[in-house]
Write a protein that binds this ligand. Structure first.
Ligand SMILES: NC(=O)C1=CN([C@@H]2O[C@H](COP(=O)(O)OP(=O)(O)OC[C@H]3O[C@@H](n4cnc5c(N)ncnc54)[C@H](OP(=O)(O)O)[C@@H]3O)[C@@H](O)[C@H]2O)C=CC1
Ligand SMILES: O=C(O)[C@@H]1CCC=N1
Length: 264
């Protein structure tokens, strides 16, 4: 597969690492305006680093756009005349709806909207996908690409904004929870390194329990909460302090912010 990542920033480079570590590309173009910081990627023999988006588009089939929302329209304008039937346009751009992409490049192109997260760099992204009408013929291809680097779910475009919050921003939310747990562990006497190890592996174990057993979180909580024990004591205190409520409110605020980005 000949893949171009247009906008090799935080997400673009995470995708590049995921693809390179899973040997998912025959050739890869990485673009950004200032290429100095990513020059090292050329050590992979099949990677070309350039600021020339048109060169990347001409020499690739799968185009993954990972630029800031405000830059996307002009980059599509710059490259649209080079798009042919070989190209699959994959956008990761927050709040940029498919009809808006079609307005610029036409509805006769294979368009996929994807929402990965930065865990794609280690092959653990939860990636949501939708497409335009024509792009339905390339959804399986897009899933195959992203399944190599985690788990995918096809969803209607109307749910993409919510998926952005839960899956993409979600990485930051979970990081903060792991960090807070680490701080608690330090207060209880572990050194910082041990504390983080305890927090992240316990988090990993909790997610794996659900993924592998298919059980409901409350079922697993019931298995841990000894009557009159320490777990229920801690859990109830967290809820008195608004743990679930603050998470839900944060998720909704994040969702509303995307509506503002879209209007902007
Ligand atoms: N970060 C994340 O976890 C996620 C981000 N997203 C979405 O992905 C997109 C990228 O986010 P993120 O990676 O955080 O942003 P970054 O700012 O880190 O990356 C954007 C990159 O685009 C490059 N760029 C800007 N203009 C051009 C241009 N004309 N041609 C080529 N490259 C260009 C910038 O480099 P330079 O200035 O050198 O050109 C920069 O490296 C956003 O739309 C975001 O909403 C979606 C899911 C998760
Ligand atoms: O914070 C943001 O706006 C982007 C979209 C999701 C993750 N990062």
């Amino acid at each position: 597969m000949k893949i171009a990542i247009i906008g090799a920033g935080n997400l673009g480079l995470a995708i590049a690492k995921g693809i390179l570590h899973s040997n998912g590309a025959t050739t890869m173009y990485l673009t950004k305006r200032n290429t100095k910081s990513i020059q090292e990627f050329e050590k992979y023999g099949n990677v070309t680093v350039t600021s020339d988006n048109q060169e990347a588009v001409k020499n690739s089939d799968i185009l993954i756009f990972a630029v800031q929302p405000g830059h996307f329209a002009s980059i599509l304008e710059e490259t649209k005349d080079l798009l042919t039937e070989k190209h699959v346009v994959i956008s990761t751009i927050t709040g940029f709806r498919i009809p808006k992409i079609e307005e610029i490049i036409g509805s006769d192109k294979f368009i996929i909207r994807s929402m990965p997260n930065t865990a794609i760099s280690v092959g653990k992204s939860m990636t949501c996908i939708c497409s335009n009408e024509l792009g339905k013929k390339r959804v399986d291809l897009a899933k195959a690409i992203f399944n190599r680097m985690g788990h995918t779910m096809e969803i209607p475009e109307d749910q993409m904004q919510a998926a952005t919050v839960i899956c993409a921003s979600g990485i930051a939310f979970w990081m903060r929870l792991i960090r807070a747990t680490t701080q608690g562990a330090i207060q209880l006497g572990f050194d910082a390194k041990e504390a983080q190890e305890l927090a992240m592996h316990t988090c990993n174990g909790a997610a794996s329990l659900l993924i592998e057993s298919g059980s409901h979180p409350e079922e697993e909580i019931d298995r841990v909460t000894t009557p009159k024990g320490c777990t229920i004591e801690g859990l109830n205190e967290m809820e008195h302090q608004g743990l679930s409520s603050s998470l839900i409110r944060g998720i909704v605020s994040s969702f509303e912010k995307i509506s503002q980005i879209r209007k902007g």
